[in-house]
Design a protein around this ligand. Structure first.
Ligand SMILES: [Zn+2]
Length: 316
């Protein structure tokens, strides 16, 4: 593939602000990339990644491969908003990325596209490089309840994520077009989203930190005996995921359209069981009822965003 000379167009300073840390291990191994703040109101992952970097720094010679921690949408993070002009996590479609690479930085139509271009200068050389990449996109949600991973239903993903024991949500990636994991997947790597808890909570940060430790060990970058905190955080996470379903399939998504005035009924959490006909939300056309049985996922309790809620079901 043809890479443009984005490096020279984008100020180095802007690019460096995306990098939380870049730890190169003393031994060969895969490259793990953890990104947080692809949505600017989801900053807890940034703090978790920073803690991982600080933890890895003194043991880098023992580490296999490389760990890169990145901030996503800097402008949106500064304003604590999901995005500035358009959702940065819906732009990672091959044709849009190609357009962003070809368009001069200053001529890009939105701030969020500039952010993507900045990230591409860091990510393209890694993603199209020789090493195996494991890409983790950290997110949080506006509702309450649990944590989960949105992942393709593929063996190598399931194998790695099974050790994390968080619920695996299959098939949602087909309805969320243009997430950054799609870009990484298209290049042949393992990429998934890890939704760690409610926006801005200490819980969401702890869950992200614990999850990253387990993923570092299960992907072979660090051995558990090098991490004094590993046992503690492993037990912590296992307790947190108790009672949550293991593997579920996407079944239904309520799409919010312009002017709908969607309001979720209060009190819903992730993995609440719903029955067909349950009253879940309202918009200006009236009551919104569940169209099928299943578990509720990601009920929307914030202004920005087009997905009202999802219904998922146990894998068959
Ligand atoms: Zn998000």
């Amino acid at each position: 593939m043809q890479l443009t000379q984005t490096d020279q167009e984008v100020h180095t300073e802007r690019i460096e602000q995306h990098i939380i840390g870049d730890i190169k291990g003393g031994k060969p191994g895969p490259i793990m990339i953890a990104v947080a703040g692809m949505h600017g109101n989801e900053a807890t992952g940034v703090d978790a990644i920073l803690r991982v970097i600080e933890m890895l720094e003194p043991i880098r010679h023992e580490m296999h491969g490389r760990f890169v921690g990145l901030k996503g949408n800097l402008s949106a993070l500064r304003q604590n908003m999901r995005f500035v002009e358009e959702d940065m996590n819906r732009l990672w479609v091959t044709s849009i990325l190609d357009k962003i690479r070809r368009t001069p930085y200053e001529a890009l139509s939105t701030i969020d596209r500039r952010e993507v271009k900045e990230l591409l200068t860091i990510l393209d050389p890694i993603v199209y490089g020789k090493e195996e990449v494991i890409y983790i996109d950290l997110h949080t949600f506006s509702g309450k309840g649990g944590m989960f991973s949105i992942t393709p239903h593929e063996e190598r993903h399931v194998e790695l994520l099974s050790q994390l024991k968080v619920p695996l949500i299959f098939g949602i990636q087909h309805t969320l077009i243009g997430t950054s994991m799609e870009y990484v997947e298209d290049a042949g790597h393992v990429g998934f989203a890890f939704e760690t808890g409610t926006h801005g909570t200490k819980d969401a940060e702890e869950n992200a930190y614990a999850g990253l430790l387990i993923l570092l060990v299960s992907s072979g970058l660090v051995s558990a005996n090098k991490l004094p905190e590993f046992g503690h955080y492993y037990a912590y996470l296992m307790e947190k995921v108790q009672g949550l379903p293991h593997k579920v399939d996407f079944h239904y998504k309520h799409i919010i359209e312009e002017g709908d005035q969607f309001i979720m009924n209060p009190g819903f959490s992730n993995f609440d069981r719903v029955k067909k006909g349950d009253w879940l939300a309202n918009d200006r056309h009236g009551k919104i009822l569940a169209q099928s049985d299943g578990y509720l996922l990601m009920p929307l309790y914030q202004q920005q965003g087009n997905d009202g809620f999802f219904i998922v079901r146990d894998c068959e």
